[in-house]
Design a protein around this ligand. Sequence first.
Ligand code: KMH
Ligand code: ZN
Length: 278
Amino acid sequence: MSAQIPHGTLITVAPTGAELAKAEHPNLPTTLDELVTTAKACAAAGAGMIHVHLRDEQDRSCLDVGRLSEAVAAIRAETDLLVQLSTGGGVTDSFESRLAVLDARPDSCSLTCGTVNFGDEVFSNPWSLIVELYRRAQDLGVVPEFELFDLGHVATLRRLLDTYGPPPNGRVHADLVMGVPGGMPGDAATLVAVVGALPAGATFSATGIGRSALPVAFAALAAGGHLRVGLEDTVTFAKGRPVRDNAELVERAATLAHLAQRPPITGPDTRRFLGFAA
Ligand code: KMH
Ligand code: ZN
């Protein structure tokens, strides 16, 4: 039997992403040292999980399993954050390299439940890839976070669970990625529609890209959900004012969580959240 879901708000920080260039934001963590320093600052500010993308020396998305394993170990050594590796990578990363991410044995992995237009690009996630990622995650005991960029992705999530059974630890946790140009809009009405379609008992986080960051955060908390924030999703803190760094976004999310009387879930409770023994 898996542990009870703790009361509070899980704050996931997505500090880097695959798209933003270091030149566009000086505090984007693109080296391992910067990533670990960011992880520590965000954990201190209230984050419970980190969604990791690595970069190579040229600032490009890097899915090298050795480097991912090193990052998982380094973050675990310095923080008690749950470590989630992105299996989305960047839009040009191969399916094979995205599947191999799981060999780095994170606690969690992102698993996008469908293809979506992604600005001028296409983020490709055919059913066969989704199934392969899911089955490999099941085999390895990695808890997937189901990334939903559109309402239709919920239908694929349901099909996946119906066909292949529950995820490791029995936890169905989704993340609504809202406001991507080409995906679902980042507003309260859309969030409510997606949440209403989730499988019974599922938990969810939400993040709003760009200017939808705050409306989505407020709507997610009001609907009983959790928060994802970070430079992967947002570079503007307020009109005309760039985000200082990832910790600033986590601090703001923690303030909202306290206001909602669902304080940040940290320490051993983060592991219980995903159904691990703490
Ligand atoms: N970089 C996007 C194309 C994920 O991490 O799983 C995909 C993405 C989703 O960021
Ligand atoms: Zn990502």
